[in-house]
Write a protein that binds this ligand. Sequence first.
Ligand code: B1M
Length: 223
Amino acid sequence: MGDLKQIAAAVVEGQAALVKMLVDEALADGTTPSDILYHGLIVGMDIVSARFSNEEFYVPDVLISSRAVHAGMRVVRPLLLENSALIEGKIAIGTVAGDLHDIGKNLVIIFLRSRGYEVVDLGIDVHPEEFVEAVLLQKPQVLGMSALLTTTMPIMASTVKLLEQANIRDQVRVIVGGGPVTHDYSMSIKADGYAADARSAVDLVNKCIRESKEEYHGSGCIR
Ligand code: B1M
């Protein structure tokens, strides 16, 4: 476990080259790619995520650590995919129409990708029709919407309604987040879940993906 602790520490310190070297060494020593991912890279990113939540780390720290985690992921991902050791899950996520704020959304994406999820970044200023199109074309298990303005939050409700009208609401878990969004709001628009920050967004997605695999129908991931 010594190597894995070093990998986690190097992720926290944001040392990309060191992470890659330690991952290569651990593989050469016979550590499994799955152990490297779950007991090294993800442990490191969980520490980063906790420090970010506690305001010990700021956005640039997260970006530097994310570069480091991705240096390791590039090595283990192909090996994990060979063995299907990654949790299979696809998330499409965007900032709603009229809203250009994407720093928070991008952090959520970083944490999700660090967990091994495939993320389709729909960008900013995404209209309900574009969210619906993404569900039809990309077939994600989870659709994420981010809003930072009180004036753009209603787009989340319009999107849920449009998914219903298109008869595809039960094909996807809808999760929402962003500054003015609350748990109560997510329930009022019949979303499946709300996350206050990037760390809880990953926990929520984990739960949604597990539920979607059990052909879960009806109420949402957090209710
Ligand atoms: Co704007 N802005 N802004 N702004 N801006 C806010 C949001 C504001 C609160 C500032 C204020 O007045 N105190 C205010 C909104 C008020 C309101 O409606 N409640 C505001 C305003 C009014 C505006 C303009 C209208 C200003 C103007 O032009 N008059 C304008 C609108 C432009 C538009 O979008 N159409 C505007 C513009 C901008 C900039 C372009 C200058 C810039 C955005 C740059 C960019 O994103 N590329 C900007 C910024 C940077 C901010 C503040 C200062 C910081 C936002 C941020 O990035 N936070 C913000 C004030 C503030 O929040 N303190 C403000 C850091 C980020 C890590 O946190 O985005 O909350 P956050 O994301 C978190 C969680 O919310 C959560 O996880 C993230 C990580 O932990 N989360 C999710 C986010 N999305 C999630 C999705 C999930 C789950 C969790 O699941 C799908």
